[in-house]
Ligand binder design. Sequence first.
Ligand code: SF4
Length: 403
Amino acid sequence: MDTKAFKRSLHQSDKYFRKGFGHDEAVAGQMQTEYNSGLIQQIRDSNYGLTRGEVTIRLAKAFGFCWGVERAVAMAYETRQHFPTERIWITNEIIHNPGVNERLREMNVHFIQVVDGVKDFSGVESGDVVILPAFGASVQEMQFLNDRGCTIVDTTCPWVSKVWNTVEKHKKKAHTSIIHGKYKHEETVATSSFAQTYLVVLNLAEAQYVADYMLHGGDRDEFLAKFKNAYSEGFDPDVDLERIGVANQTTMLKGETEAIGKLFERTLLQKYGPQALNDHFLAFNTICDATQERQDAMFELVDETVDLMLVIGGYNSSNTTHLQEIAIERGIPSYHIDGPDRIGPGNRIEHKPLDGDLTVTENWLPAGPITVGVTSGASTPDRAVEAAIERIFELKAVPAAIA
Ligand code: SF4
C-alpha cells in the first residue's frame, strides 16, 4: 500500500478529524475537575517536597500527564460532546491508564474488543465515530475504518506521527527501519505498519546481536527465530541489513535509544567506511521530549536520599516501566502500582515487579521517619498521584498499622 498517498487522501476527507471541535474551554474545565489535584500543586509549589508527620514526599520534577496524553483525552471528551448521539468507538485504550479509560466507558465510548489476539471490528458500522488513541493505529486499521464509512477522530500524538514520517523516509530510500521498541506495543505496531521492511529490537543486547550479524554474518535461521514476530514479512537478515535507518517507540529509555543509534552508525561505518556511510545509515531524532524530561527528572530524584520509590502508571505503560527500571538500577526498593487502590488496607501494597506478576508486599512502609520518592507515567492524572500520597500519609499516621 502507498501509505503516504493513503494518509494524504485521509487528511482531505471531511470525515477525518485530527484537531478538536472547538469545545476546548468546556472540556478543560471538566478535565481540571476530574484529573487535577490541589495537593500536587501544593507540592510542586514547595520545591517538589512535602513533609507530614514521619513522611517526607519527594516528587519528581517532571511526571504525570504529558502534553500528548492531555491532548488525546481532551479530544476524546470533545468527541463525545460533538457527537452526542452517535455511537463512538475507540480502537484501543486512549492512554494506558485504567481510570481514564473507565471514565470514557462511563461516557458510553465503546472499546474494540480483542478476541484471540485479534481486534474484533464486527460491531463497527458506517456512520459510527471511531477515535484513534494517542499512540496511533496501524495504517491498515485506518484504511478499514475509512472504507467502512466511519468518522475518524485521530488523537495520535504528533511525536508519534514524527516517527511515522521518519519511517516513510527510510522506505523512500529503500532502507530497512530498525525500530527500538516492543514489537507488541500498539505504538510500535502502528509505526511498523508504515514501514516497507522493518526489524524491531527491544534493547541494546538485541541491537548488539544484529550489529554483530551485520559485521560477521551468522546463523540466519537462529536470527529469524530470535526475532520471530518482530520483523516484516519476507525479511532476510542477509539482504535487508545493508541499508538501515533507526526509529523508536517514543517511550523507550532515552539513553538506550541513543546508544542503539550510535551502535548501528559505528557498525556501518566500520563495514562501509566514512564515504559510503550516508548510503547505508539514516540518522534519526525521534525521542519525545516528555519521555526525556520524565526520565531526566527520575535520575535527579534517585540521586537524592529516598528510602523507597512509588511509581504510578498503567502496567502496560512502557514509559512507566522505564521509570521503575531507573530506580531498580540504583538499588532503591520500588513499587509500581497502577492506581491508589493498590495501597492498603493496612500496611500492604499490591504491586507489579518489573517482568513479574502482581504481588502483595506486607509492611512495605518501614517504621520511623521515611522519605518516599514519587513519580508517575505520562498517562497518569495528578488526582491518582494525590490519592496514593494521601494513603501513605494515612498509613503512617496510624502507628498500630505500621510494623
Ligand atoms: S509520551 Fe511523548 S509521544 Fe507519547 S503521548 Fe506523550 S508527548 Fe506524545
